[in-house]
Write a protein that binds this ligand. Structure first.
Ligand code: ARG
Length: 279
């Protein structure tokens, strides 16, 4: 089977069984539950917003007992017809991978497992900016997994260490906008990682601490449109100044689990910022 996309295509999973059932990052507290109706409404608004931008949304079936399945960014890293499946660090999320595997197989993708010696959390930690794969490691994914996947793909990889547990996935502190531009939150990286980003992404836009804590970097980019949580006016201004149109939509129910717009989506046809090696 061939996977063919005629427009930007995103995988999402409705939040029917979403909730804060365990604590695997500093945003999560079982004492601060998400509200069912509000999370359903926020997810629906995000869905409608991306559809209004011309995106085709494919859906995964929600499953009781897997509250974080809504965060489809963590299903794996897609490169053409292949998906490199996640191997989650925490047992609480490991039940997601067989379901992700089934979904991708049924959709016509070739699925590849991460070798068992490494953890890897998919597009949450592995993001292309141009021809380079940037890989966030140590908190959830291992640098070895990044090297291994890049070798399979045949691309350059730059592993960057994450140093703040609040920004535990690369997509919480780094967001490629195009092949040459990205948003980042500098304090989430060590000196080496920061320099690696600064030396390899021609135009970096720094996000401030308040907006980073509102998951400003966890944005969905579709062409010149950027979908993000509300409450990030400074970033919205910088985006407009660069010719992008920001679309803010409330996602605070998902921030209670440590996620926002980007985590709730997985681009299946390749991010706009990605330049994949010749097949
Ligand atoms: N509660 C989830 C976790 O800690 C949130 C995942 C957010 N996903 C992301 N791509 N940053 O794993």
């Amino acid at each position: 089977m061939q996977v063919v996309f005629d427009r930007p295509t995103i995988l999402m999973c409705p939040p029917d069984f979403y909730g804060i059932e365990y604590e695997i990052n500093p945003w999560m507290s079982r004492g601060r539950q998400s509200d069912r109706d509000r999370s359903a409404a926020q997810w629906r608004d995000l869905y409608e917003l991306v559809v209004s931008l011309g995106v085709a949304v494919r859906l995964m079936e929600p499953v009781q007992g897997l509250p974080d399945l809504v965060f489809t960014a963590n299903a794996g890293l897609v490169c053409r017809e292949t998906v490199y499946l996640s191997r989650f660090r925490h047992a609480a999320r490991q039940g997601e991978t067989p379901l992700d595997n089934d979904w991708f197989e049924r959709a016509g993708f070739q699925t590849v497992e991460t070798p068992p010696e490494w953890d890897f959390e998919g597009a949450g930690d592995a993001l292309f900016c141009g021809e380079t794969l940037f890989g966030g490691y140590i908190i959830r994914s291992d640098a070895g997994a990044m090297q291994w996947i890049a070798a399979q793909i045949g691309c350059r990889v730059i592993p960057v260490q994450l140093v703040d547990e609040h920004f535990y996935h690369l997509d919480t502190c780094f967001c490629p906008l195009s092949a040459t531009e990205a948003l980042y939150y500098p304090p989430a990286f060590d000196d080496y990682g920061r320099r690696a980003l600064e030396g390899n992404v021609p135009e970096l836009v720094a996000v401030d601490a308040d907006e980073a804590a509102r998951f400003a970097c966890n944005a969905v980019v579709v062409g010149r449109h950027v979908v993000l949580n509300t409450g990030c006016p400074n970033l919205e201004d910088s985006l407009r100044a660069r010719g992008y149109t920001p679309h803010a939509t409330p996602l605070d129910e998902f921030i209670k689990a440590g996620g926002s717009a980007k985590c709730l989506t997985l681009r299946l046809d390749g991010e706009d910022a990605a330049v994949w090696p010749q097949a």
